[in-house]
Design a protein around this ligand. Structure first.
Ligand SMILES: Nc1ncnc2c1ncn2[C@@H]1O[C@H](COP(=O)(O)OP(=O)(O)OP(=O)(O)O)[C@@H](O)[C@H]1O
Ligand SMILES: N[C@@H](CCO)C(=O)O
Length: 296
């Protein structure tokens, strides 16, 4: 048996739709694997009742197949499905790391990215890697067709998750097919600002660089209470606020760890005022999947 902890992630960061992602310190999935002649899956934890145990329908089943590594895979979900926190990707990244170790496949974390992304294709229709890559590598990750660039960024953040769900498939349906050149120019500037901010761990640059007028306005309309929650976080000291992944989680960048309490409280209160229950994670951009159980 081998056990790993695979972190939640926040994709897009506003200006980097389908390109940027960060690993979060919390929440996380715990994935345990043991060798078997055919793959079986059990799922416990948050939202497990909505997650199929059929290997053909669970992201980890595709990973086991891609690595030719049949196993019994136990997933203890800490990342709620359809949250915008890369729930399906956390399991896929965890399974990729665990099975790579269990079967001595010898692949690097970067080489595991396309394998873990196979799992994402099962749930969202495309093998996008902007969640699996940061869950595998940690920090801030830029995913393009040409490859993956990773920076060990570390910044305090708050992620507020309402008790509502948005499926990635639905949220991809509202993304505009075309954009005005002026908006594209602004977004390139914001994405560049954010990237420099990540290399400097500068919350002002990262917060400013999350602005986006192309995808985020359409996505945020799917999240009840978004505008008031965003406003409340900014008034409480967040440097930037945007939709996390496909939503409904909302990501706020903070200047210091001690700012997180006020930002989290303001976001929770604003959701509460809108009649929506929510929970807040006071966390940070953090490390990737961690192996912490030896083979036994
Ligand atoms: N191991 C898994 N963990 C979580 N969800 C899974 C898993 N395998 C399959 N699924 C399915 O994936 C869907 C959730 O994935 P989805 O991409 O919509 O949300 P997400 O992973 O939380 O968020 P996002 O990609 O927006 O950050 C659910 O329908 C769920 O049943
Ligand atoms: N980039 C993807 C990530 C989904 O978490 C999207 O926003 O649709």
């Amino acid at each position: 048996m081998l056990t790993v902890r695979a972190p939640a992630t926040s994709a897009n960061l506003g200006s980097g739709f389908d390109v940027f992602g960060v690993a979060l310190g919390a929440p996380a999935d715990i994935v345990r694997v043991s060798r078997a002649t055919e793959t079986t899956i059990t799922v416990t934890g948050t939202g497990s009742e909505y997650i199929p145990e059929d290997p053909a329908k669970n992201t980890v089943g595709a990973v086991a197949e891609a690595l030719d590594a049949p196993a019994h895979i136990e997933i203890d979900k800490g990342v709620r499905p359809s949250s915008g926190l890369g729930s399906s990707a956390a399991s896929a990244a965890g399974a990729a790391v665990a099975l790579n170790e269990l079967y001595d496949r010898g692949l690097s974390r970067k080489e595991l990215v396309p394998i873990a992304a196979e799992g994402e294709a099962i749930v969202s229709g495309t093998a996008h890697a902007d969640n699996v890559a940061p869950s595998l590598l940690g920090g801030f990750v830029i995913v393009t067709d040409d490859g993956i660039t990773q920076v060990d960024a570390s910044l305090p953040v708050v992620v507020c998750l309402p008790e509502t769900t948005v499926s990635t498939r639905d949220a991809r349906g509202v993304v505009p097919e075309q954009a005005r050149l002026g908006d594209v120019v602004d977004t390139v500037g914001h994405a560049a600002t954010l990237t420099v901010g990540m290399t400097r761990n500068d919350p002002e640059l990262v917060g400013r660089g999350m602005a986006d007028e192309i995808v985020t306005p359409e996505r945020s309309a799917l999240i009840d209470g978004y505008d008031t929650v965003r406003e409340a976080a900014l008034e409480s000291g967040a440097t930037g606020v945007t939709v996390s992944g496909a939503g409904p989680a909302i990501l706020a960048i903070c200047r210091t760890e001690s700012d997180r309490g006020a930002v989290a409280g303001a976001m929770l209160d604003a959701f509460d005022d809108a009649g929506i229950e929510s929970r807040a994670y006071q966390t940070a951009i953090g490390e990737g999947t961690h192996v912490y159980g030896d083979r036994s």
